[in-house]
Design a protein around this ligand. Structure first.
Ligand SMILES: Cc1cc2nc3c(=O)[nH]c(=O)nc-3n(C[C@H](O)[C@H](O)[C@H](O)COP(=O)(O)OP(=O)(O)OC[C@H]3O[C@@H](n4cnc5c(N)ncnc54)[C@H](O)[C@@H]3O)c2cc1C
Length: 278
C-alpha cells in the first residue's frame, strides 16, 4: 500500500520530497488519479493540497502577482486582481473542465503535467510568466518558456516542487485574448488553444506574444508570426504575412480529438482574428 504523507508546511514538504524522490507530489489529484488507473499506485504520495504557503495570491513589486502552485482555478476566478490585470488567465481558467475540476485542480498541477493541451499554459506563456521551484537547497526561478522541455517534460528535478508562478505586470493598454476550441463549452479537452497579448504604439504593434496549445509536443510561442507583426499596423496584409509565417513554424499534433490540417487552419484563423481585433 502507498504511504500518504500530509506535511503541515512547505519546509516539511521539501524535506519529504528530498527523502522520498520516488513519491508522487499530489495537489488536486485530478490528473494524477486518472493517470494512476494505468500507472498503478506509486510507492507514496506527498499531499500539497491546501498548504497555506502554496495557496495564496500575493502582490509583486510593480503590479505583478505571485500565484501559489496550489491555487485552484476557482480561487483564480475569485481574484479580482487576476481578472483585471490578467484577463487572459481568468478566461483560460474559466474554461477548464467544469466547476468540480475548477474547485480541485491547481495551476501547479496543470504546469507539472504539461500536457500540450493544458489550458492555463498558453495564458501563462503569453503573459511572460516565471515558474518558481524549490527544494531543500533553495529556490530557482525559470522563465516559463525555458521550463518547458518537451512532451509532458518540464525542468523540475526529483527533489523539487513547483511553489509559485510569477506573472509580471503587462503593458498599459495591452489587449489580452484567450480562445479554446473544443467540442463543447464544458468538460472539453481542447482541440487547440491560443492566448495572445499585444499592445500598440502609434498604431503599430509594439509588443506581441502569441502562445498556442496542441500545435507541437509542448505549448509554444509563435515567434515567427510575432516577428512578422512587430512594428506593423494590424491589418489584413500583416495578418496574412503572420499566418504564412505561422504555417512554417508549427507542427500541429494529429490525435483522437482532431487532425493536423484542421488545427493548422484554426490556428491561422485565430491569429488572423486576433491581429484584426487590435
Ligand atoms: C474531468 C476532467 C476534466 C479536465 N479538464 C481539463 C481542461 O479542460 N483543461 C485542462 O487543462 N485540464 C483539464 N483536466 C486536467 C486537470 O484537471 C488539470 O491539469 C489540473 O490543473 C491538474 O491539477 P491537480 O492539482 O489536480 O494536479 P494533480 O493531479 O494533483 O497532479 C498532476 C501532476 O502534477 C504533479 N504536481 C502537482 N502539483 C505539483 C507541484 N506543486 N510541484 C510539482 N509537481 C506537482 C503531480 O505529481 C502529478 O504528476 C481535466 C481533468 C479531468 C479529470
Amino acid at each position: 500500500m502507498s504511504e500518504f504523507i500530509s506535511p503541515r508546511n512547505l519546509a516539511s514538504s521539501l524535506e519529504a520530497r528530498a527523502k522520498h524522490p520516488e513519491y508522487v507530489p499530489i495537489a488536486g489529484g485530478t490528473d494524477h488519479m486518472v493517470a494512476s488507473k494505468d500507472r498503478g499506485a506509486p510507492a507514496g504520495m506527498i499531499n500539497l493540497f491546501g498548504l497555506s504557503e502554496l495557496s495564496e495570491v500575493s502582490e509583486l513589486e510593480g503590479g505583478g502577482l505571485r500565484i501559489g502552485a496550489c491555487v485552484t482555478y476557482a480561487r483564480v476566478l475569485d481574484d479580482e486582481r487576476v481578472a483585471s490585470r490578467f484577463p487572459v488567465l481568468s478566461s483560460a481558467c474559466r474554461e477548464v473542465g467544469a466547476s468540480q475540476i475548477q474547485a480541485r485542480g491547481t495551476l501547479g498541477g496543470n504546469i507539472a503535467t504539461s500536457s500540450p493541451v493544458g489550458d492555463s499554459l498558453p495564458a501563462l506563456l503569453a503573459l511572460g510568466a516565471t515558474i518558481c521551484v524549490a527544494s531543500v537547497d533553495g529556490e530557482r526561478r525559470i522563465p516559463y518558456e525555458e521550463f518547458l522541455l518537451g512532451y509532458r517534460k518540464v525542468d523540475l528535478a526529483g527533489n523539487e516542487l513547483i511553489v509559485a508562478i510569477e506573472v509580471p505586470v503587462q503593458h498599459k493598454g495591452a489587449v489580452q485574448t484567450w480562445r479554446k476550441v473544443g467540442t463543447r463549452r464544458a468538460q472539453s479537452i481542447s482541440k487547440l488553444t491560443m492566448a495572445a497579448v499585444a499592445h500598440l504604439d502609434d498604431g503599430k504593434i509594439a509588443g506581441i506574444r502569441i502562445a498556442l496549445g496542441a500545435v507541437a509536443d509542448r505549448t509554444v510561442r509563435a515567434k515567427a508570426a510575432e516577428a512578422a507583426l512587430l512594428g506593423q499596423s494590424p491589418n489584413d496584409e500583416s495578418a496574412t504575412r503572420a499566418i504564412k509565417a505561422l504555417a512554417g513554424e508549427i507542427v500541429p499534433i494529429d490525435d483522437v480529438r482532431s487532425n493536423a490540417d484542421y488545427r493548422l487552419g484554426v490556428a491561422q484563423n485565430l491569429v488572423r482574428r486576433f491581429v484584426l481585433s487590435l
